[in-house]
Structure formats: C-alpha cells, structure tokens
Design a protein around this ligand. Structure first.
Ligand code: BG6
Length: 480
C-alpha cells in the first residue's frame, strides 16, 4: 500500500541568509561576523567568502519560481540581522527590510508558507567589535530590539518562527559559528555562557511571538543527533547517557521544561564550565516556552567510556576539511564523562558524517514521547561533491537515496503517532557550507560557481529536483 503523509503536511527546503544571499555589503548592509569569519577562511583554506554566496539577493524571484516548480508548500530561511540593523541596533535599513518584504510576498503569492529563522550564526559585526557579541549579556537586549521589529513587521504574514539556529552546534564549533577573539578561545566556560545568553534570547523571541503574532507558533531550530553506545558494556552505555544529557537534553529541557538538565549542569559545575545564571533568568526561560521543535538532523553519533584517569584532555568536536573520508580532526572528549567516536556500523559521507535514517526515526519517537510537542525538520541532507556533467546535468542519485530513506523513516515515525508538521531538508539550492566552502553541495538546484570564481551563479535543476517534485506531488506516496 502506498503511504501518503498527513493532508496539510508542509514540504519544502531550507537555507540561511549568509550562506545563500550574497550582497554582503550592498544596499546598506554591513558585515556580520560570518562575513569576517568566511573572509578569513578564504585566506587560510581557500573556501569561498560570503560576499556573493549563491547570489540569492539578486536571484530570489527565480529561486522562488523554482521552489514553486518543485511544488514547495513551505520554505525555511533566515533573516540577516545586519541587513536590517547594519550596526545591530539603531536605525533600520529600509532597503534591507524591503528585501525580506519582497521575498515573503513572493513566497505568499506562490502559496509557499514562510518558516522564518531569526538568527543563523550571523551576528552584526559591530556588536562583536563593541562587546564581543554573544559573550556579553548586552546581546540579549539588542536581540530583543531586532526580534521585536522583525516579528512586528511580519506578524500578519508569518505563522511559523524559529528563534536561534543550532545552539548545541554553536557550543561544539564556537569559533566557526561565532567570532571569538583569540585570547578568549581557551576559556571553555564561555561556550556555555554564550549558550545561556542564547537561551535568554530564545525565550525573549518566544514571548514576542506569543504576544504579537495571532496564531503564531515558535520554537528553536536545534542540531540534534541520537547518541548510541559503542558497545553494550555498561560503561559505554553510561557514557552514551552522559553524552545525551550534555549534548541533547541540556537544550531540550530548557525549551520545554524551562530548566537545565541536572546531570549535565552538575558535570559542568564540577569542571568550572557552568554558565553564570543571574536572578530572574530561569523565570524568563520558563515564560518563553516553545510550541514546537524544529530539528536539524544529518547524522547519529556514538560514544564510549573515557575514564577520569585516562591521559586524555577536554576537547570539542573536530571537523573534516578535506572531504576525504577518515580525515576528521578528532572527537569531543570529556574525561570521566564520555568520549565521542566513530560508529563502526554505519557508512559516512565524504566528510565523516554517519548516514543513519533510523537515527531520525529514533529521535522523532524519543523526543515526541518525552516532550509531546509537534516537530518539524528544518534541515536534513547530504553534502556531496556534485558534478556538472557534459550533458549539462547533475546526476545526484546518492542524494536521492539519502533523502528517500530519511523520508521513509519520517513516515514510520508518523505511523507511530508522532506529530510532524514539515519537512524542509538542506538545502533548497546549493550554498556556502559552514565549514567546507561551496564544493560541498546540498541543494536540489545546482548553483554554477566555484570557491574562487562566482561566475554567474546560474541555476540548474539536479536529478534530485525532479525526484523531489514527484515526492511532493504524491504527498510522499511515491519515493522511488
Ligand atoms: C547545519 C547548519 O549545522 O548544518 C547549516 O544549520 C549548515 O548552516 C548545515 O550549512 C550543513 O553543515 P556544513 O558544515 O556542511 O555546511
């Protein structure tokens, strides 16, 4: 029997502002921390800058038309704070906000539901210069000012809001996702302090949506991976539980219970890593409750025991910069608590991300059982070296295989009663990767450019474009 998804299920895809828009310093926009970070990584590693990215700023009408052609009923994207408030606060940049008015109107004209993310790694650079950005509590007040303006502006057009993208990933890869001055980079407590400020900002945004948007729904977009134990040895199972508490529940409990997971907080306190929590913070966090959770799921993770007396030191997740399997630079390690490791049972992408559709079914079941809130996928996808072949096409059957298995897993979760609102895989079109330039591609739409040469950023439909079109047309019944 063919299995269709629920009647009003939202099909679409996702992007983020700095990874797709370009026009980094155009029409009044000033730099964000990502413009600076990516300019540095171009110098050091040869990955593209964010200056032009996929030039969506100039191609947005064409891009929305292609989304419509695929049959999208939703599109998840983010707003660049520094396009609207070039200095983070102060005067609104009229041309900047006009871009988002145009984009949202274009989506609505095409019956595509906008799912708006308020913050996706791109803090205005002025705020980094002023007070080191997210390190300082002042950022919460400045975020509130920005969020209030945006939510007010679009309150009658946007129903679904996501607040901060991937706090858990920011803790792991903080220098990639935030600009952290060299002299602060050895202060690991700041990772959790930044996260605490983001929890406050998230709560503020949730409250604003509840206050201002009629029928509005709001939640965080969380990078989330189930953690499996390497073996069934009790010490590995315990390590996996520890990792789960610190990497997953530590965020979910804030969003849905308004509190930090005890075991994780105790671990952080014992090691001088816990955030400073001021009077009133936890009350604010409780008041800023979430209506749903947006999940960014790419891979599952694996953990093993790491005895306290081992010679290992605290470290955070490594990254694979080459795209050659096995060249990941290391795994997160908390001596005495857990050590992350490769799962020998799963194949990986070229960047060492474990491919695990069942992991997605697992998290849907697990999160829904524990928190009983609707879920949506705001990222899921396969980063790959796509080839533009002589026939002018992109035969990305590997991406189709990946997505097919994940959609089937999502269906199984729905079949077991999980409420899932939307599927917005990464990414609508090729864009600038957060860690690997533009060579690592995710889109249904190929953007013809290289790291060194933006060319014309011509759009070309990949094989996955036509496949996804059929999936959407049949409401998920036809996955072949
Ligand atoms: C998510 C981010 O972590 O993963 C996206 O929200 C990012 O911004 C995506 O692009 C894929 O990661 P990467 O490093 O391959 O770009």
């Amino acid at each position: 029997m063919k299995k269709e998804f629920p009647k009003n299920f939202l099909w679409g895809a996702a992007t983020s502002a700095y990874q797709v828009e370009g026009a980094a310093l155009l029409d009044g926009k000033k730099a964000s921390q990502q413009d600076v970070i990516n300019a540095q990584s171009y110098e050091e590693k040869g990955f593209a800058t964010a200056d032009i990215a996929s030039d969506h700023y100039h191609h947005y009408k064409e891009d929305v038309a292609l989304m419509k052609e695929m049959g999208f009923t939703s599109y998840r994207f983010s707003i660049a704070w520094s396009r609207v408030f070039p200095d983070g606060t102060g005067e609104v940049n009229e041309k900047g906000i006009q871009f988002y008015r145009n984009l949202i109107d274009e989506l609505l004209k095409n019956k595509i539901e906008p799912i708006v993310t308020l913050y996706h790694y791109d803090l205005p650079w002025t705020l980094v210069e002023k007070y080191n950005g997210w390190v300082d509590r002042q950022v919460v007040a400045d975020f509130e000012n920005y969020a209030r303006y945006i939510i007010n502006e679009f309150k009658n057009k946007v129903k679904y809001w996501t607040t901060i993208n991937e706090q858990s990933i920011i803790v792991q890869y903080w220098t990639q996702k935030c600009y952290i001055p060299k002299e602060l980079q050895n202060k690991n407590q700041l990772r959790y302090q930044i996260n605490h400020h983001m929890n406050l900002a998230h709560a503020v945004a949730c409250k604003l949506v509840h206050e201002l948007v009629p029928n509005g729904l709001v939640g965080a977009a969380l990078g989330y991976a189930p953690v499996y134990p390497l073996t069934s040895k009790p010490e590995d199972v315990m390590a996996a539980l520890n990792a789960h508490d610190l990497r997953n529940s530590y965020y979910l409990d804030i969003y849905f219970k308004g509190e930090y997971t005890k075991s994780a907080l105790i671990y952080l306190e014992k090691h001088g890593l816990a955030p400073i929590i001021e009077a009133g913070d936890m009350e604010l966090i409780k008041e800023g409750y979430s209506d749903f959770l947006a999940l960014n799921y790419y891979a599952s993770e694996c953990a093993k025991a790491c005895p306290k007396n081992s010679d290992k030191e605290l470290r955070y997740s490594g990254v694979n910069l080459s795209g050659k399997k096995g060249e990941i630079s290391g795994f997160e390690t908390h001596p005495g608590f857990y050590e992350m490791c490769k799962n020998p049972n799963l194949d990986t992408t070229d960047w060492d991300w474990a491919i695990d559709p069942i992991g997605m079914e697992y998290i849907f079941r697990d999160i829904y059982t524990r928190y009983n809130k609707p879920l949506m996928i705001t990222e899921n996808g396969l980063g790959a070296f796509d080839e533009l072949t002589k026939d002018g096409k992109i035969h990305d059957s590997y991406r189709i295989d990946y997505l097919r298995e994940h959609i089937a897993a999502m269906y199984r979760a729905i079949d077991y009663g999980v409420e899932i609102l939307a599927y917005c895989p990464w990414s609508a079109l090729d864009l600038l990767s957060t860690s690997n330039g533009v060579k690592k591609r995710y889109g249904f739409i190929y953007v013809n450019r290289t790291d060194d040469d933006p060319k014309e950023c011509e759009r070309i439909r990949k094989d996955s474009f036509y496949w996804y079109q059929k999936v959407i047309r049949t409401n998920g019944a036809e996955l072949t």
